[in-house]
Design a protein around this ligand. Structure first.
Ligand SMILES: [Fe+2]
Ligand SMILES: [Fe+2]
Length: 256
């Protein structure tokens, strides 16, 4: 099983990439989801996916109040006014993800949850400093999501759920490149020592998240073809690719 890679975004020239055009196009070319097929999931599969799908459903959705505030501040300060519209599209996509999972859960009477401690910690962390903190936490969750939706798609025979996972992977790959580009715009004007420190923090956040997510949802990951080592390795490789973009403002040639 190959991991999905950032090169699949086909973003060859990041500094020229038109994010608004991309989001508009993506939104008009979504994979068809037929919610009338609702007998595909076996009881065993339902039991397996329930805890994690509930957690990801809540994690995907957000009004983005704090995010919109810090995005606006950053856009004005850096004369990057299109960033406001770009991030509006991004928030819209995340809420679509949450709605899609909710709709799928409804087919099988899986009740959504209102709060989950790991999601609460993520939300508190995101609001701590400013845009950089928000983006670092977001992109960490998105890199974890790449492995999660790959595993979820592998565990099931449900055609609908497989298609949902495919759409998620397509969208999350782009999001990771977008967040990494924002981190590049922040770090390239800053002292190198601070940047090295921030990268260390990113690694620490990633390692902690890998630990928590694996211990909570390892049953699903194992069924989806992952070992602990494989999960760890894939997530750390995504992080290295993201850090490459943050340092260089382009995708790594080795991942191209
Ligand atoms: Fe998402
Ligand atoms: Fe995302």
């Amino acid at each position: 099983m190959e991991r999905v890679k950032l090169k699949e975004t086909k973003i060859y020239n990041l500094s020229e990439f038109n994010w608004i055009e991309y989001f508009k196009y993506n939104n008009e070319h979504l994979l068809k989801l037929d919610f009338h097929i609702n007998k595909e999931l076996s009881n065993e599969e339902k039991e397996l996916i329930t805890p994690s799908i509930k957690a990801f459903q809540i994690g995907e959705g957000s009004e983005g109040k704090h995010l919109r505030k810090v995005v606006k501040k950053f856009a004005i300060k850096n004369k990057y006014k299109e960033y406001i519209e770009i991030m509006n599209w991004f928030i819209l996509e995340e809420n679509r993800h949450s709605q899609t999972l909710k709709k799928y859960m409804e087919l099988y009477d899986i009740k959504p949850i209102k709060k989950i401690w790991i999601d609460n910690i993520f939300r508190i962390l995101r609001k701590m400093i400013g845009l950089e903190c928000e983006v670092i936490v977001l992109v960490t969750a998105e890199m974890i999501a790449l492995s999660y939706y790959t595993a979820l798609g592998n565990t099931t025979n449900s055609k609908l759920l497989k298609t949902i996972c495919k759409q998620m992977l397509n969208d999350e790959l782009k999001h990771i490149v977008l967040q990494s580009d924002t981190l590049y715009r922040i770090s390239n004007k800053r002292n190198k020592v601070i940047n090295i420190f921030v990268r260390k923090i990113r690694k620490l956040i990633m390692k902690t998240t890998i630990f928590v997510v694996w211990h909570k949802y390892k049953k699903l990951f194992i069924k989806g073809g992952y070992s602990h080592e494989r999960f760890q390795k894939d997530c750390m490789e995504y992080l290295n690719e993201s850090i490459y973009i943050e340092k260089n403002g382009k995708l790594s040639p080795t991942c191209n």
